[in-house]
Design a protein around this ligand. Structure first.
Ligand code: UDP
Length: 412
């Protein structure tokens, strides 16, 4: 497949923004940047890095993406850290923190010597910062989590690593904690030209519908997401059980297991048990493969309403993906989603499954409302959450971090 060029996005976002990016990136030509996270497959961070890295290279920044590894125990610990930074109560011992730190520390080989900037994504690879003296360069922590309700004890331990970075990046100003390093604020984005989001032929869409046996003459509700308690697919089932009394409707729960999330299989099993023989709920485990983005894309395109019942959501790329396809989103009030769903304009924010059912009923009853929201949904994403916006933000951030004249919160 031909490599994508920044100018392939011209028809979508306009030429002026692309010219700007090229101009501000020019002085950074040859800058060496290494991104490090903890999985190449599954979840939003892998999705973002898969799109970001090639495009940074395209504009002259020598960007590469690497991952740390770990055993099951390591990922159980990091999942608990992730959950507790999202505000969930988890038991973490000093031994757990020692194991976490040692596992990461042993992976110094993942760091490429001679980089200008090392970008560490999320808490899993954070302890790599202890290698900064040896490797030099500038260090950025890209946090994809809303830290505003973080467990205090866990944050205290994590912040010891964070405080050693040159800067941190959050999705929203409200997500940060008190830290004495400069902070940038910009949201993630989706790539409108990726297999996950590009236009699909009717044939492809129908092929996927048939593959999964989803009927044609009914409304389709869809929740996409890793099988994760925080995404509350159970809430989606609860809402569906109310709506099915009023409309011919099916619920599709499409998910997969991420390499760094050990909880997925048990959540999947619990879901399968709850769904039982209910023929109108399609529980689809779609492992990440070269075909899976096209399949998620097609499922989003056959849906009438997308659900995201997440209790916590750093951002929730799946929301953006559905909106981009013109699908109104009914979502629980969680911080990442509030950046994307404008209540009554491109979807609805609800408090619980009953509220979701009420709004779904409203949307399914009134075609005019669905059509109006569909247009607004696509336009909101077009102007805020597409890959060129992200490239521009990263380039500005690289300039600032390199120049070292940073202070306070810098919203780029
Ligand atoms: N995703 C996918 N297949 C799945 C589940 C999720 O491709 O079965 C993708 C989804 O389309 C999105 C990303 O994984 O691009 C999930 O990102 P999000 O920010 O919604 O959630 P996270 O997993 O990072 O919490």
């Amino acid at each position: 497949m031909r490599k994508k060029s920044l100018f392939d996005y011209e028809k979508i976002v306009g030429g002026e923004q692309l010219e700007n990016i090229i101009n501000i990136a020019r002085p950074l030509a040859g800058l060496k940047v290494q991104h490090i996270n903890s999985t190449k497959t599954g979840g939003g961070v892998a999705e973002i890095l898969g799109n970001l890295d090639p495009m940074l290279n395209e504009i002259g920044i020598a960007s590469e993406w690497s991952t740390i590894t770990g055993d099951d125990h390591f990922f159980e610990i990091t999942k608990k850290i992730h959950n507790s930074l999202h505000g969930r109560d988890e038991k973490l011992t000093s031994d757990d923190f020692a194991y976490y730190r040692e596992t990461v520390s042993r992976q110094e080989k993942v760091l490429r010597p001679g980089q200008d900037i090392y970008v560490i994504h999320d808490p899993q690879p954070l302890p790599l910062i202890e290698k900064r003296k040896k490797f030099g360069g500038k260090w950025i922590w890209r946090c994809h989590i809303d830290l505003s309700t973080a467990d205090k004890k866990v944050w205290k331990r994590i912040s010891k690593f964070v405080g050693k970075f040159d800067a941190a990046i959050f999705h929203s100003p409200g997500y940060t904690q008190k830290i004495d390093i400069p902070q940038f604020v910009f949201p993630p984005t989706i790539d409108p030209l990726s297999d996950k989001n590009r236009k699909l032929s009717e044939n492809k869409i129908e092929e996927v519908r048939e593959k999964y046996g989803i009927p044609k003459d009914v409304f389709v509700l869809l929740q996409v997401g890793r099988f994760d308690l925080l995404k509350d697919p159970f809430g989606a089932v609860e809402a569906f059980k109310i709506v099915r009394d009023f409309f011919p409707v099916v619920l599709v729960l499409a998910g997969s297991f991420a390499g760094d999330d050990p909880e997925g299989e048990s959540v999947y099993r619990q879901l399968a048990k709850i769904i039982g023989n209910e023929k109108k709920v399609f529980l689809l485990n779609i492992p990440v493969s070269s075909e899976s983005p096209l399949e998620i894309n097609a499922l989003q395109r056959i849906s009438d309403v997308a659900l995201q019942m997440s209790i916590r959501e750093g951002f929730g790329l799946t929301v953006c993906e559905a909106l981009w396809k013109g699908v109104p989103v009914v979502a629980r009030k969680s911080s990442g989603i509030l950046m994307q769903v404008i209540h009554g304009i491109n979807g609805f924010i609800v408090r619980n499954p009953r509220g979701a059912a009420f709004r779904i009923n409203q949307l399914l009853s009134i075609k005019g409302m669905r059509d109006r929201m569909s247009k607004a949904a696509r336009e909101y994403v077009r102007t805020n959450f597409l890959l060129p916006h992200l490239i521009q933000n990263w380039v500005c951030c690289f300039h600032a971090v390199r120049s070292s004249r940073l202070s306070g919160i810098n919203e780029v």
